[in-house]
Design a protein around this ligand. Structure first.
Ligand SMILES: Nc1ncnc2c1ncn2[C@@H]1O[C@H](COP(=O)(O)OP(=O)(O)OP(=O)(O)O)[C@@H](O)[C@H]1O
Length: 690
């Protein structure tokens, strides 16, 4: 078949599909607003169907795979799209949902005549692939058609042309879905089993964030009857990042998933009993001036996130549990006595599984019930006596301490119960901070953990948890989240090579993985980077070679672009060279997003003001910023993590700005660029780029 006739064939098919989709849409009536429950349920279903059809109306499908099942008469063309659509008056599917089992063939097949197989709910299905075709469809128009496999014509196959085309596009201020070009190694992660704690180590730009979001969409489809989006949660490093990724799930037809930061989640869980100390202070401390290895070793965040600190808290909880019950019997009236052993038995055996303070509440009610039954059995009706007994009950239950997480936590750092193991400096700082009503980010995991152990989650357990940039998480944070699930179902992703918050995060995935039983964990590595050109990746890989530990260079997709330019400048010329570069790039008119990445917030502020004075429209990224607007952005390297820009200018890549300890920070900065990267340096270029 010639390319032209393939085009004609696909245009015809698309026309039919669009007509069918429009026809089905027009048959869905207006929304039901009455009170009939059955009608309301039907309306929910109709609305879901309508949403799917709306997605399909914009882009009916993006791929076709011709598959001949073993024993089948002929290959069957299967069209894969973002939302599955049935045909009216037929059991055939017009479009197959990308998450359906058979659609996995589209992602896993990479050529060859050998038989292929996929897992379906009825068992394994095998057969052969005759055609794999990428289609770019917009509404009723076919924009592009690329065959990546035609059986019998393998020498002509153009593998990955479509992927390269997509990667070459310029990007604005939002992350996008990748359903049409998901790669095999990514697909395995997306479709992995639900009930595991899945750890993903992926190089910068390998699609970790994107893959995790697609995995959520997959899980919701695959386990539709068992899990719900309201019981899923995504943890991301900051509000701006959340805004940046906020477009992907709606594009995939998924809504209602809570997306938050660990800090915001914990403060809400604690019912705002503490105010979070500004994260900017922590960032400023670590990034605005040089810090030593000794500073790092003594970092309170590391201590508070450690397993040792968790043990201390567990011990504290254990001691509370052991001493919570009064040693005296409960004697509401003369001769009516309840022995401590009985109270203890109720407390330990009947309510043993519940959080400590819930058990306290239940015990108090049980004591009351016991007292009422005793009064009844003994026919005590005298009001005075009854009041006396109730007063005794009150004073007895008051002896069982009711503590908030904050009250208990506080006792660790000051007063007679303070723990001698806590380093003195950390204890003094924390006690002062808590006294003033504040908590630092590092206090939130222990506080959240304590709260759940004392009071429970107060909401249904999470069906699935996604943690992005998890290399910056402490084991203790994960321990707190572990309490929020009945069985582990998590996607935990990050890159140790971008672990710039060493004062709080982990040094190896093992630190987090070991918190789960081995059989409940999975581990994947993503080495291919899709974001940047080969030139940019090769350049950034230079930084990795100077890092300690088992770092792995990113493997580029074969996408060539401009060479990375380094340019020496001096203090006098520095700002004007930044402005000149930005102007030149803007004049080319091909980049939607350009960033100037500075070393510190102070430096960025200076650059930003200079650009504004020069007539540029530029935005400055600061910590706690809610959104990132695209266009021209000035951003400190430590806040650029997770973002990407068509073109990036490292404002000052000198040895003064990036010292040996800053390798990860520079790596993060350089890997933000998709198509163009330039490094200006005031004086000598940093040795990290040798
Ligand atoms: N299979 C793919 N097809 C097309 N684009 C892809 C694919 N995988 C990743 N990308 C693109 O690569 C870029 C990087 O993706 P993403 O931000 O998810 O990576 P990441 O591993 O989280 O990066 P980082 O660790 O640097 O934050 C995005 O523009 C994304 O759309």
């Amino acid at each position: 078949m010639t390319v032209q006739s393939a085009y004609q064939e696909e245009e015809k098919r698309l026309n039919e599909a669009v007509t069918e989709i429009n026809g089905q849409l027009s048959e869905i009536g207006p929304r039901y607003t009455g009170n009939d429950f059955t009608e309301q349920m039907l309306d929910v279903q109709r609305e879901e169907r309508k949403q799917k059809l709306e997605i399909a109306r914009k882009e009916a499908y993006f791929g076709r795979i011709d598959f001949q099942e073993n024993g089948g008469a002929a290959p069957k063309p299967l069209y894969i799209g973002k939302a599955g659509v049935g045909r009216q008056h037929s059991s055939d599917l017009l479009v197959i949902d990308w998450r359906a089992p058979v659609a996995s063939l589209f992602y896993s097949f990479s050529g060859g005549e050998a038989p292929v197989r996929y897992e379906s709910p009825e068992g394994e299905v095998s057969g052969t692939v005759h055609l794999k075709r990428n289609l770019m469809v917009r509404g009723s128009e076919l924009h592009r058609l690329v065959d990546s496999y035609i059986r019998g014509q393998e020498e002509d196959a153009v593998t990955d042309e479509f992927l390269l085309y997509r990667l070459g596009e310029s990007k604005d201020n939002k992350l996008r879905d990748i359903v049409s070009t998901i790669q095999e190694e990514q697909d395995k992660i997306i479709r992995a089993d639900k009930n595991v704690a899945l750890f993903i180590q992926g190089v910068a730009g390998s699609g970790k964030t994107t893959v995790a979001l697609h995995r959520l969409a997959f899980l919701l489809y695959r386990y539709a009857d068992r899990i719900s989006s309201e019981r899923m949660i995504i943890f991301a490093p900051n509000r701006m990042f959340l805004d940046y990724i906020s477009g992907v799930l709606p594009e995939l037809g998924v809504g209602d998933i809570v997306q938050t930061t660990f800090a915001d989640w914990a403060v809400e869980l604690l019912d705002h009993q503490v105010t979070l100390q500004s994260a900017a202070e922590t960032l400023e401390y670590w990034f605005e001036q040089e810090r030593t290895e000794e500073d790092l070793r003594q970092a309170s965040g590391r201590y508070k996130g450690s397993a040792a600190f968790k043990e201390l808290i567990d011990r504290q909880l254990h001691e509370l549990e052991q001493s919570i019950l009064p040693e005296q019997p409960f004697e509401p009236l003369d001769g009516i006595v309840l022995q401590p052993a009985q109270i203890k038995a109720w407390y330990e055996t009947d309510y043993g599984e519940e959080p400590l303070m819930k058990r306290r509440e239940r015990l108090a009610s049980r004591l009351k019930r016991w007292l009422e039954s005793e009064l009844k059995t003994r026919r005590i009706v005298d009001k005075k006596l009854r009041a006396k007994a109730l007063a005794k009950l009150n004073s007895y239950t008051k002896k069982i301490p009711a503590l908030s997480a904050l009250e208990l936590y506080r006792t660790l750092f000051s007063g007679k119960q303070s723990a001698p193991e806590v380093p003195k400096k950390i204890a003094a700082e924390t006690a002062a901070r808590l006294k003033a009503g504040f908590a630092a980010v590092e206090d939130l995991a222990p506080l959240a953990y304590l709260h759940i152990r004392l009071y429970g989650l107060g909401k249904p357990y999470f069906d699935h948890i996604v943690i992005d940039e998890a290399q910056d998480y402490s084991p203790f944070q994960l321990e707190a989240l572990r309490l929020c699930q009945r069985q582990p179902s998590l996607t935990v992703l990050g890159d140790l090579q971008q672990g710039i918050h060493a004062y709080a995060g982990i040094g190896s995935w093992q630190e987090l993985q070991q918190l789960f039983p081995e059989q409940d964990t999975g581990y994947f590595e993503l080495d291919r980077s899709y974001r940047s050109t080969m030139e940019i990746i090769d350049f950034a890989n230079r930084i990795l070679s100077g890092m300690d530990g088992g770092v792995k260079p990113a493997v580029p997709v074969f996408r060539s672009g401009d060479s990375v330019v380094t340019e020496r400048t001096d203090d006098a010329q520095w700002l004007s060279r930044i402005a000149d570069t930005v102007r030149e790039w803007q004049e080319e008119g091909i980049f939607q997003s350009i960033s100037v990445i500075g070393r510190t917030a102070r430096e960025c502020d200076l650059i930003h003001r200079y650009l504004l004075a020069g007539g540029f429209e530029a935005s400055l990224v600061q910590s706690r910023q809610p959104a990132y607007g695209g266009g021209l952005t000035v951003v400190p390297a430590y806040l650029s993590k997770g973002l990407e820009f068509d073109a990036a200018l490292i404002a000052d890549g000198s040895g003064q700005a990036y010292r040996r300890a800053d390798a990860k920070l520079l790596y993060v900065a350089c890997t933000r660029a998709l198509h163009r990267l330039k490094v200006l340096h005031r004086g000598e270029l940093t040795h990290l780029l040798d």
